[in-house]
Design a protein around this ligand. Structure first.
Ligand code: PLP
Length: 411
């Protein structure tokens, strides 16, 4: 008999995006003449920049020649890309990361999900609430949560750190001791950030409690303010306690190309039950060599091209395009009287829904009365209730039109 991993039965169906899709399809079917504008998506829409496309073409051609052909590459990523990462993402910011502390992959989602392999089942996990759901669900799958409580919308044994307007979207240190802490800044879904000093609190906590910080900086390229760290390693001591996730998905429009990387400094350690310290870099390297055969050569050449002068200039144009959309959304909503967060160092704008409405009620009104689609905050966790996410990944024209509709909305 084959027994299943029963932890999977403990997962809650994620109805968020499928419910949105169903509601939108039904509304459009019944109102064929209405032009719906979608500001709910978390996917990019601008084409991949020429520098990356050229690099991919060149790599494809190489693959068709005897001299240029590549088979399996290094599981951890090609040296040319790991070097470019070290030089550009770290050395230029005064951070000392070695090439063998970088692991290139096919996505931060997989990395965030797979990392749980190297941690014991009885670690106590802390996540922010609301949250990018991958951190929670992958820990439920691997048995780190207790049962789901439908009354509170939370799992037993998971420590939820509320991030709401009451604490200015800055999670407070947990009251009980935790072992694995997921932090994502700039945050999805709230679009908010932490300063170096605010992050330092977490690094100090992790040191004192021998905990690990799993830091997702998938949106670092959207940071516009000077005092906001792009990497957790800008914070003193973080190299001892933090793993960092990076992705080219939003940085360079690679959501369909698939390339990301993970950083595990060699001094980051976990413990055996007998108290022996074990470097996590070594464990992750072992896991990678056993379960992964490397990111495609063609894709890694495309990622390398992001760091060229042309590549940097071109991706920045796209990022600025999205940031301008974020500004249009933020300022337009403020003019219309909404309380708005995020959107300055992030493609996400997080707004408070009008008094008396739930996130889903606001979703329905927005769809039916002004034909705009966003994402209800409650879909990201119980403390997302009363909030709503709009994204800057649409076109400038549709973003402007959506905001005009909201400004002229007679409620
Ligand atoms: N981390 C966060 C916070 C995200 O919002 C996303 C995608 O939306 C990812 C990771 C996934 O990145 P990737 O496309 O590299 O898998």
């Amino acid at each position: 008999m084959s027994y299943i991993n029963e932890n999977f039965l403990n997962l809650q169906e994620s109805y968020l995006f499928s419910t949105i899709a169903k509601k939108v399809a039904k509304y459009q079917e019944e109102n064929k003449d209405k032009k719906i504008i979608k500001l709910g998506i978390g996917d990019v829409t601008r084409p991949i920049v020429p520098a990356c496309i050229e690099a991919m073409h060149k790599a494809v051609d190489e693959m068709g020649t005897q001299e240029g052909f590549r088979g399996y590459g290094p599981e951890q990523g090609y040296e040319f890309l790991r070097k470019a990462i070290v030089e550009n993402d770290y050395k230029k910011r005064g951070i000392d990361i070695a090439e063998d502390e970088i692991f290139v992959s096919d996505g931060a989602k997989c990395d965030c999900g797979n990392i749980v392999d190297i941690f014991a089942e009885d670690n106590k996990v802390a996540i922010t609430d609301p949250v990018y759901p991958v951190y929670l669900d992958t820990n439920v799958m691997s048995g780190r949560s207790g049962k789901y409580d439908s009354k509170t919308g939370t799992y037993e044994n998971i420590v939820y750190l509320p991030v709401t307007s009451e604490n200015d979207f800055k999670p407070e240190l947990p009251k009980e001791k935790v072992d694995m802490i997921y932090l994502c800044f700039p945050n999805n879904p709230t679009g908010t950030v932490l300063t170096k000093e605010e992050l330092k609190k977490w690094v100090d906590y992790a040191k004192e409690n021998k905990a690990i910080i799993l830091y997702d900086s998938a949106y670092e390229s959207f940071i516009t303010e000077n005092d906001i760290p792009h990497s957790i390693y800008e914070v003193e001591g973080a190299k001892d306690v933090a793993i960092e996730f990076r992705s080219y998905s939003k940085t360079a429009g690679f959501t369909g190309v698939r390339c990301a990387y993970l950083v595990i400094p060699k001094q980051v350690t976990g413990y055996t039950k007998s108290g022996e310290e074990v470097p996590l870099n070594k464990l992750w390297n072992r896991r990678t060599c056993t379960k992964f055969n490397g990111t495609s050569y063609i894709v890694q050449r495309a990622a390398e091209a992001i760091y060229t002068k042309e590549g940097q200039k071109q991706i920045k144009e796209n990022i600025n395009y999205y940031l301008n959309n974020a500004k249009i959304i933020k300022e337009g909503l403020e003019e219309a009287g909404y309380t708005v967060y995020g959107g300055v160092n992030s493609p996400y704008v997080w707004l408070k829904v009008p008094e008396g409405l739930t996130s889903w009620e606001f979703f329905d009104k927005l769809l039916e009365e002004v034909n705009i689609v966003g994402t209800p905050g409650s879909g990201f966790g119980p403390h997302g209730e009363g909030y709503f996410r709009l994204t800057a990944f649409g076109t400038k024209e549709s973003t402007e039109e959506a905001i005009e509709r909201i400004k002229n909305w007679k409620k």
